[in-house]
Design a protein around this ligand. Sequence first.
Ligand code: XIL
Length: 360
Amino acid sequence: MKYCFYIGLLLNILLLQACKKKAVAPPVQIANLKSASSFPVGAAISSIGLQNNYVYQGTFITEYNSLTPDYEFKFDQIEQQQGHVDYTACDYIINFALQYHIRVHAHTLIWHQALPAWVLSFSGDSLAWENLFKTHIQTEAAHFKGKVSSWDVVNEAIRDNNGALRNNDIQTGDGSIWRRHLGPDYIARAFQYAHEADPGAFLFYNDYGQEWNGPKLDSMISLVNKLKQRGIPISGIGMQMHTDINVSNNNLTSALQKLAATGLKIHISELDISVNPNNKANIVFTDTLQLAQAAKYQFIAETYRAIVPAAQQYGITTWEFSDHDSWIPAFFNRKDWPLPFDADYKKKPAYYSLLKGLKN
Ligand code: XIL
């Protein structure tokens, strides 16, 4: 009898504990970036990565619902020899995207870089240049019609030092053959030609430096506003945002405010956050740097969501997603760890803070 009482008591205690546990359910764990976010979250990816690296492909499919081809759609990749257009690598990416229902933001039709040698050495009058320009835009845009959602039609047309259009820039060697041979209105015509070839695609002007270069930002805003006023079919602006842990939060906020005021879609299109902007040779990626980077990822995502109206939120895309594949160390010849996944495709503090910034 006595034992029965004790057993009953014990059962009651256990039941109470179980009820208590039920009442305080653990917080819902969001499993990935794309389900945390109300707008598409993307990364630049490469066909080589998809083909050769199972972890790369798996991580991408789990986390993202938008992609930008890292280099496959660039002029020098598709038409190394004049008239010999090869879309094999591009089509690999397109088929991957179709299979997994991933949005494709295509990059890029007109850029002063990544040009094949035959374009750089092309000699012809303005009519011949116009023909080359138009044929390139329309052949490529027509090939991907209905398969891509959007294009970076013109990339990086504005100079860093005074907000003027790139032209000869003899001193820096960083001019634009397009501006030089086609005149300043080539930008408007690029949008018109792309729209003729794929009227359903959203068309973007894409550039960098909005968060640190005031004159360049103002020039970009004036450029896109004029295009809009003339009825040129531009849908959005890409902020590349190759940025770093020291960038001013105030500048970031005000750049987003000014860009959102154009009414165009805003795409943070190539985000990465450098922890070694001053090229320190012996830098170590300390916990302090990890946390500073994480805080910046969170701030950018939160500020984008707070400032850009929902209808204008085209998404946030990082340039690749793992430190293993970032362009920064090779391009700037330095150690750096700019992305949310480490070189082993493990989630960094930056990943968890980006996730938090997307869902708060
Ligand atoms: C980079 C690619 O990631 C590299 O693989 C390539 O060697 C150089 O270009 N801004 C852009 C992107 O618009 O196209 C660049 O991509 C990075 C800077």
